[in-house]
Write a protein that binds this ligand. Sequence first.
Ligand SMILES: [Zn+2]
Length: 402
Amino acid sequence: MLERFLRYVRIDTQADEDSDTYPSTAKQLDLSRVLASELEELGLADVELTEHGYVFATLPGREGAPVIGLIAHVDTTPETPGGGVAPIVHEDYRGGSIVLPGEPSQVIDPAEETALGARVGHDIVTSDGTTLLGADDKAGVAEIMTAVAYLVGTPEPRATVRIAFTVDEEVGRGTDYFDLEAFGAEAAYTLDGSGIGELEIETFSARQVRVTFRGRGAHPGSAKGKLVNAVKLAAEFVASLPQDSLSPETTEDREGFIHPSRINGGVEEASVVLIVRDHDDALLEQHTELVRRLATAIEEREPRARVGVEVHETYRNMRAAIDQHPRVVAAAEEAIRRAGIEPVRSLIRGGTDGSRLSEMGLPTPNIFTGGQNYHSLREWASVQDMAAAAATVVELVRVWAE
Ligand SMILES: [Zn+2]
């Protein structure tokens, strides 16, 4: 598994949210192609690299067995440098801080990273500090590949497994062309979580809101009484957003937020893009309403301005969909236990491919991978925890056969 993981993270698969193509970057296909050919070599059936860059394959189970899906994404986040990853394996970690040699200001400190402090004796994989590691989600990819490679050679009865490696999860488009009918699974699991034993059955519900301010341009030398500056309107709006609450930097657990993530513009027109998140749909609606009110207030103060608010649904909390299929969660918990780990139900302050898939009718909880500190130069993964995730996948395929 480690050999696979180190190979996959070296392939640059960074997604690009400003791209109009699908997948958003052609380089994601570099890994998709490698995976398709490795699945062929393993002797899996129906191996397919689709025109959109998804890899599908089937591991046939016993006659009449249920069909379950295993899903991971090949792309990495555009937020952090993702090319030229040089992974380092810190064998038999002895405790203390890990200084990343390519950028010594990047230090993984167990005082901050309590999970690392508890991993003395593990083999820890990091980048050299100049890029992300890409355990999100190449840990999940390597774990599924390893579990499948193991299962191919074992005679025990098993469920039929449909494998999917998706693209563009990190830019929220991972399932845009996912054909559920062709996938044909009755339940699925993403391997895209984090700490050992975690089973995530709840995500945020998410919206993107674009607020556009239209001002009125004038030559600044003769602008008195005429100029309405959209830059100032946008700044006023951002300053009016809640600061001490409802912000990513001031919330945790079940608290939602309003997060201005991008601002663009000039004197005539400026726009602010916000992401709005909450686990509770009614609260999500309230937060959206607050954005609308604060935007409209700008227009009330400056009637010559025009303010537009566009709301896009991004994904829904998968909890409601998953609650209708308790055995999907029970099977995962049983598999985690059989791998020797106590399962922990947790919630994601974000979304996964499973949020959309669950909404589309395929219940898809998220299983841990052993990776930590995602989207950071200080991302790390425990090889032993990753092995536990791969073992969980093996057990899961057996549990479903029963
Ligand atoms: Zn991920």
